[in-house]
Design a protein around this ligand. Sequence first.
Ligand code: NAD
Ligand code: IPM
Ligand code: MN
Length: 358
Amino acid sequence: MKASIALTPGDGIGPEVVQEARLVLEEVGRRHGHHFSFTEHLLGGCAIDARGTALPDETLAACRAADAVLLGAVGGPKWDDPTAKVRPEQGLLGLRKALQLYANLRPVRPLPALSHISPLKPERIKGVDFLVVRELTGGLYFGARGRRPSEDGEQAFDTMIYSTGEIRRVVRLAFQLARGRRKLVTSIDKANVLETSRLWRQVAIETAKEFPDVKLEHQLVDSAAMRLVTHAAQFDVLVTENMFGDILTDEAAVLAGSLGLLPSASLGAGPRGLYEPIHGSAPDIAGQGIANPVGTILSAAMLLRHSLCLEKEAAGVEAAVNRALQEGKHTADLGAKSPLTTSQMGATIRERLLAGPR
Ligand code: NAD
Ligand code: IPM
Ligand code: MN
């Protein structure tokens, strides 16, 4: 098949990890007779520097025209001035919103071979295999915000708004995905305090009627955060609003062993998606060639699966990653004694891809 992939490497370690994922996709293309074409576009801090905006028109147009987008990360200390009018993160949020990618899938499936790397006891990680479905285009991230004078000087506000339609479409997707798994949806909210959460719970209960074969449970976000590190194996599909999902998935990365391992897929109504690791631009290690490319490579596997319908190829990439990790091929974040560099890790995964079954 032919497919066009827009790359937005972004800032910090973004370009380093996207390069490795691109090489993996090229290898998959060669091996299976697909023609993937790539174009590169500015997004985030690098776009602010070059164009004065975090999401240039040409980047958005190219992402709209592509079959899929592979993103590295945006942001960094250079653009962190709290009074700045333009911020790198606006590029990422603007892209998600413009492409109407309302669901962010973040699978968490720690490898048994890595259980010693997590600070958690191995028995807490055993059998963990869940999928977080994070709402991505609503909530606090997109509600009205601002500052205004107050009696003591100034006050700031952010607004959390959700409509029934916004909740229903993402909860429905969570149920559909649960059907192909262990048929349990845990809806996470703060319904004891927030009105948006009470509406969320109500819509989740209504939506569950369409899926009598799938069990629905509700959990408050604070206790869900605890359960993630005590009994995570009980979870199958978690569905939650934008910010809760952001926070819970960085926490979930501890189960896997490193933030550098987790991938994500952002999906909307059609096949086009945006694929990115869940980590950020990691300014503390940027430019050293030591970032873990696995989260981005696994995001490329999700791209093959969800946007290009290439399930066999996606599974092949995942198997190659698992094989490399199981053989002890590790980057520095995994605590390796003699760690591989970013490009060595990428090359090792591509070799396992070549060695794998067709
Ligand atoms: P971060 O995810 O960039 O880094 C947190 C820690 O994890 C750091 O110690 C970092 O070195 C480590 N880490 C992250 N990815 C790694 C990898 N692939 N390999 C090895 N180690 C890795 O979070 P932060 O430091 O809070 O944020 C830095 C910047 O990134 C901020 O500007 C933030 O807004 C941005 N950010 C962007 C995205 C995105 O583009 N999707 C996501 C999160 C944060
Ligand atoms: C993520 C990031 C982003 C988010 C930031 C950089 C806007 O943390 O993709 O998880 O909060 O969605
Ligand atoms: Mn995040």
